[in-house]
Design a protein around this ligand. Structure first.
Ligand SMILES: O=P(O)(O)OC[C@H]1O[C@H](OP(=O)(O)OP(=O)(O)O)[C@H](O)[C@@H]1O
Ligand SMILES: Nc1nc2[nH]cnc2c(=O)[nH]1
Length: 177
């Protein structure tokens, strides 16, 4: 893998600074509430860890694993592979994601959690690809708005690789065409 197969979109420093701003906003918005931060595995892990450091409330953590992507393509349904373990009835859930793309994943998960009794379900996503939206869902907390390109790094993969890159990059089409 040569370096010129990807270009940097957001550096580690830019992501940390933006996470600090979002963490401050979240801390103010949820003051006095019982917040459960729920990360969607696997992609959200680096952003979840960074964002959580900037939230100054006594929040709880949990994780879900759902999946619908293979390579760069979204497949049929959203499958729950690991559910939330704690009782979240009446709690305010903050879903943390790496990217909001068609919206299928977060729309589906949000509906599930509301149906099971969450008091509220808001979304914090590192990246928002608004142009690709197909489902009626918006994130309250967005790190960066990005154009329609397949991104990798900072948790995001292409066939399970590149999640460990400390920046967000664009994978050039020649890699997967
Ligand atoms: O808005 P959507 O079109 O639904 O796309 C966004 C979802 O796609 C990726 O997850 P993926 O299913 O690849 O799992 P991963 O987190 O393990 O990479 C990403 O982490 C989001 O969950
Ligand atoms: N790695 C990665 N996963 C995604 N899932 C939905 N959109 C994307 C994307 O641009 N990159």
């Amino acid at each position: 893998m040569h370096k010129d197969t990807r270009e940097i979109l957001y550096t580690e420093e830019q992501i940390r600074d933006r996470s600090a701003e979002l963490g401050k906003q979240i801390s103010a918005d949820y003051e006095g509430k019982d917040v459960l931060m729920v990360g969607l595995l696997k992609g959200s892990v680096p952003f979840f860890a960074e964002l959580a450091k900037h939230v100054t409330l006594d929040v709880e953590f949990d994780f879900m694993r759902v999946s619908s992507y293979e390579g760069t393509e979204s497949t049929g349904n959203v499958i729950v592979k690991k559910d939330i373990d704690v009782d979240f009835k009446g709690k305010d859930i903050l879903l943390v994601e790496d990217i909001l793309d068609t919206g299928k994943t977060l729309y589906t998960v949000r509906q599930m959690l509301l149906e099971k009794g969450a008091a509220s379900v808001e979304i914090a996503t590192l990246l928002n690809k608004q142009e690709r939206r197909e489902f009626p869902i918006q994130a309250k907390y967005v790190g960066f708005e990005i154009p329609n390109a397949f991104v990798i790094g900072y948790g995001m993969d292409y066939n399970e690789k590149y999640r460990n890159l400390p920046y967000v990059g664009i994978l050039k089409e020649e890699v997967y065409m």
